[in-house]
Design a binder for this molecule. Structure first.
Ligand code: ADP
Length: 296
């Protein structure tokens, strides 16, 4: 509305001229609102494990003081809660660090295949723990991208750990990497081949749709995501269903981090899923010419 526009009147260098600067108050309000919501959510998320911890300490000092038998169980829960807080704080820190530097474009040229193969290798022990078969396909020649190594590694790690988290024991998670002649083509390739899946673009790339592109997709055969949730993934703290997976731990920040990192790399993020049929998360970003000589 009109009242949300603020005009600043500044006298120009000539006495007869005036600069009028309009500022979109709606956008400013929205940003302030988002910040306030974020703080409220973060505090709430931190308070939950803290309250649990305080409760158990009280119990162990009070009613259960002499019941040492029950202490093991309490300590186990307290251990889980501190772990949860640790994850939360580390995710919050990543998010704020990335947002802070979002306007600065990365400037080192790295091999995306390297990032991927090293990250997948590092996650193999976790996969083995859950009896998940984690494999990497499409790796061949060098794919050069202008990027921050650690950040892209975090993107891959977050997507793979989600895929494993929402898969049954013994499931299969497949990571694909490839190049495409254009960002537009990469967007399609990155969300997999399941024609029945519903697709949602969570981040539109800033790079030109004609630019040569590299893409990565992470596919699982797990619980999948119902259609009505798809477009909201990537919002901070958005979780599909707290009760769905029983004790699946999560902060609801993993995809928000992925989204911010991809934004900084002028790339995109999309998801394709069908409830009960698994999910496929894809990211794509511009790559240097020459990297995209052959198409997958
Ligand atoms: P969380 O820490 O809760 O996993 P994320 O931001 O990484 O947070 O993911 C947000 C939500 O998206 C998750 O809570 C989950 O409901 C859903 N989700 C993410 N990845 C998958 C997947 N591979 N399969 C099914 N659901 C997923």
């Amino acid at each position: 509305g009109d009242e949300l526009w603020l005009a600043h009147l500044t006298p120009g260098p000539e006495a007869s001229s005036v600069f009028v600067v309009f500022e979109d108050r709606t956008a400013v309000h929205r940003a302030e609102r988002a910040r306030a919501d974020f703080l409220a959510n973060a505090s709430h998320e931190l308070r939950t494990p803290l309250t649990a911890l305080a409760g158990f300490i009280e119990t162990m000092r009070g009613p259960a003081r002499d019941d040492r038998e029950s202490w093991d169980g309490f300590l186990e829960i307290m251990h889980k809660q501190t772990d949860r807080m640790r994850h939360l704080v580390s995710d919050l820190l990543s998010l704020s660090r990335i947002e802070f530097s979002e306007h600065r474009a990365p400037d080192t040229v790295i091999d995306l295949g390297d990032v991927l193969s090293q990250t997948v290798l590092a996650l193999q022990p976790l996969a083995a723990e859950r009896a998940i078969e984690l494999s990497l396909e499409g790796l061949g020649r060098e794919i050069r991208v202008t990027a921050k190594w650690d950040e892209l590694a975090q993107v891959v790690q977050n997507l793979i750990s989600n895929a494993m988290k929402y898969s049954p024991k013994g499931g299969r998670v497949t990571v694909y990497i490839g190049t495409a002649r254009s960002m537009a083509d990469a967007a399609k390739l990155a969300t997999g081949t399941n024609e029945d899946a519903i697709r949602s673009v969570l981040l539109q790339p800033r790079a030109s749709s004609e630019a040569a592109a590299a893409w990565i997709s992470v596919t699982d055969k797990g619980v999948g995501i119902a259609r009505q949730h798809l477009s909201r993934l990537g919002e901070r703290f958005y979780r599909v269903d707290e009760s769905r997976g029983g004790d699946i731990e999560g902060t609801g920040l993993g995809l928000a981090i992925v989204k911010h990192i991809m934004a900084r790399h002028r790339g995109g993020l999309a998801v394709a899923s069908e409830e009960g049929e698994g999910a496929c998360f894809g990211v794509w970003l511009p790559c240097l010419e020459g990297s995209a000589a052959t198409n997958r």
